[in-house]
Design a protein around this ligand. Structure first.
Ligand code: ATP
Length: 337
């Protein structure tokens, strides 16, 4: 690897990760989402250095949210892209985004738009192991189940023809900082990250350091591993639940149900064969597909309880006037108000 100038352990790790996980195929057009902060700058420099080996066509995208504390950052990122000889794509928000989630939503849409119009098959972001650990904690505190805890995956489809890849999920924020310092990359410090009014920032600035000092110096790695393990668990459970749901939703024959417009239903005999973990998943998926309003854990539990309940049992009415009831071997979702 000596032909790459200043080859570091981070170069070696990224090269290995990309090979093992097959995240960024050779010769691809890869759009790097650069905020100007240490993580995405570290990622773009690493990809730039590895580029001769992988022959990607790299480009840099920056999304300007027009927040006052962001002023000057887009020019900063543009100058870096130019100094590396990479195409630079800028999107400016049509209006100032009021919340972090509105800003994120607009940002992903802007990145999709650049990728689709400029022919990039992949968008990469600088999410790190530290982001993953924080997301696990954040979702745990909010009461997420396994699906929320496996958040921040290595890759996922973003839009038709565009994938999102996060190649730095095994690298910590302290490592990206050290790398930027070594490489003398000029980091833009995001004022938003210092604002302790935001729960995410309190997790990053207060909770994680507390856990590191008092419980486990490697807490970021530990939490991030939980996410990695749960990702595979969730994938397996989801696929199995999907199969069971298909069997349980098999439409009754005309003799069994002459009504042409029969309401959504699940077969209890099929569900009774499944373990509770899968029963809950099937019920949740079934409700998500047939009920517009999000349901609480208690409401999903009430429907799950119908799997073994006596005939004619029913739940109380859910938002939108929907009720689930037992009719012989069926759980029926009654949408009549
Ligand atoms: N203004 C921006 N322009 C381009 N890319 C950005 C911008 N802000 C963030 N990114 C990309 O997203 C990554 C994650 O950033 P950050 O953690 O601040 O965002 P987030 O809102 O928490 O993201 P997510 O919702 O995906 O978790 C960065 O490493 C970078 O790749």
């Amino acid at each position: 690897m000596s032909e790459i100038p200043s080859w570091t352990p981070l170069h070696a790790r990224l090269h290995r990760t990309l090979r093992q996980k097959k995240l960024l195929p050779k010769n691809q057009q890869v759009l790097v989402a650069v905020s100007g902060g240490q993580d995405s700058l570290c990622l773009s420099k690493l990809l730039l250095d590895l580029q001769p080996k992988w022959k990607w066509q790299l480009g840099i995208a920056h999304c300007d949210h027009r927040w006052t504390y962001d002023e000057g950052i887009s020019l900063h990122v543009q100058q870096i892209a130019q100094s590396w000889g990479l195409p630079f794509h800028l999107r400016i928000a049509p209006e100032v985004k009021k919340s972090e989630s509105a800003a994120r939503q607009w940002r992903y849409q802007a990145l999709i738009d650049i990728a689709q119009t400029q022919g990039y098959a992949t968008v990469v972001t600088g999410h790190t192991k530290s982001d993953r650990a924080e997301t696990v904690l954040y979702n745990l505190i909010r009461g997420s189940g396994t699906d929320g805890l496996q958040a921040l995956t290595w890759e996922r489809p973003l839009a038709p023809g565009v994938r999102l890849v996060r190649p730095l999920l095994d690298t910590s924020r302290s490592e990206t900082l050290q790398f930027c310092e070594q490489q003398q990359l000029s980091i833009w410090v995001d004022a938003y990250n210092q604002d302790l009014n935001y729960a995410r920032n309190r997790i990053r600035q207060e909770l994680i350091p507390y856990l590191k000092t008092h419980f486990n110096p490697q807490v970021e790695t530990a939490l991030s591993q939980i996410a990695e393990i749960l990702r595979a668990d969730v994938e397996y459970l989801e696929n199995t639940a999907e199969q069971i749901q298909k069997q349980a939703m098999a439409v009754p024959t005309v003799e069994e149900d002459p009504a042409s417009n029969s309401p959504p239903r699940l077969n209890r005999l099929v569900l009774q064969q499944a373990p509770l973990a899968l029963q809950r998943r099937v019920i949740r998926k079934f409700l998500q597909e047939n009920q517009t309003k999000a349901l609480s854990f208690e409401q999903i539990e009430a429907v799950t309880g119908l799997i073994a309940a006596p005939n004619c049992s029913r739940t109380s009415s859910f938002p939108g006037g929907v009720t689930a009831l037992v009719e012989e071997e069926w759980i029926i979702l009654n949408t009549e108000v």
